[in-house]
Design a protein around this ligand. Structure first.
Ligand code: AKG
Length: 280
């Protein structure tokens, strides 16, 4: 993360990183997201196996190791959590060198992955505004003697262009430093004062602190918006996926076994002997 990016991240609470992924990576991710969508939709009629801490119904697919919520409907979102279990094609994002360079600049304790979800936002859908201001400790943005020190950040990877009107990820810049919660009622990102959409191209990424007020503008187009979201925080943070909130990260034994030791560490929500210079 260069000095300009650090300055902008501190000032605004997010940065857009153009051309972050190669065309080949975008193609692989896009194809695999489509497969995951088809797989999850094939089970969309099933009753939920689990209700999340926030009341969202989830279907659990034990074979492919994901939790899905939602269906293909006008105005709906399909969320597929723990997508790393679904297909090894996603593995290159675990410990992705360029991503980790950013994460290590803004999470001071050893970072781990605490959230991974595919978001599929059908026409008419929006993501309500949330966060900003004095949020709980889990999502806080701090600045210490060591620099920026976030508890929860997310990298969003884009596999197709998302232009104005196509359901852009949106933010109220600088609200990670606000001393007050948003007083605007309804949490409608389309009308909330200060909210701006961030248009992107395929291969771009957006890095933001969860402390920032954010959401997704209404997708007014006929294009379904598909993104990958990966959350990071200090190793002691447990899963922040809605379906497994504050549980151990949900990684199938088969997924864990195929990862390198460095990648495995990104799912270990406890201190390891490696941190004392010894192998665990
Ligand atoms: O992309 C969106 O629509 C919203 C995403 C979001 O709220 C998140 O990643 O925390």
């Amino acid at each position: 993360m260069n000095d300009f990016e650090k300055y902008e991240f501190d000032r605004l609470g997010y940065i857009v990183i153009p051309n972050f992924l190669s065309d080949a990576q975008v193609e692989t991710l896009s194809e695999t997201i489509d497969e995951a969508e088809a797989h999850a939709l094939a089970e969309a009629h099933r009753p939920p196996d689990k209700i999340s801490a926030y009341g969202l119904p989830y279907r659990h697919n034990a074979d492919r190791g994901y939790f899905a919520s939602g269906a293909r409907e006008e105005g709906s979102t399909l969320i597929i959590e723990d997508f790393f279990n679904f297909d090894p094609a996603f593995d290159f994002l675990i410990g992705h060198e360029q991503t980790m360079a950013y994460i290590q600049s803004i999470v001071q304790e050893r970072p781990t992955i605490n959230n991974c979800e595919i978001r599929i936002r059908y026409p008419g859908n929006q993501t309500r505004s949330h966060m900003g201001g004095p949020v709980g400790r889990k999502h806080r943005y701090y600045y210490s003697g060591q620099g920026i020190d976030c508890i929860m950040v997310r990298m969003v990877y884009f596999v197709h262009d998302v232009g104005p009107g196509q359901g852009e990820f949106c933010v109220v810049p600088a609200t990670h430093k606000s001393n007050m919660a948003s007083p605007y009622e309804g949490s409608n990102p389309d009308t909330e004062p200060g909210m701006i959409g961030l248009p992107v191209k395929a291969g771009d990424a957006i890095l933001f602190t969860e402390n920032l007020r954010h959401g997704g503008l209404t997708n007014c187009s006929q294009q379904t918006r598909k993104t990958l979201h990966v959350g990071y925080g200090p190793y002691w943070m447990k899963s922040q996926n809605h379906s497994t909130m504050d549980e151990e990260p949900y990684i199938l034994p088969g997924t864990f076994a195929r990862l390198t030791q460095e990648q495995q560490l990104l799912f270990r929500a406890w201190p390891t002997l490696l941190e004392n210079g010894r192998d665990s």
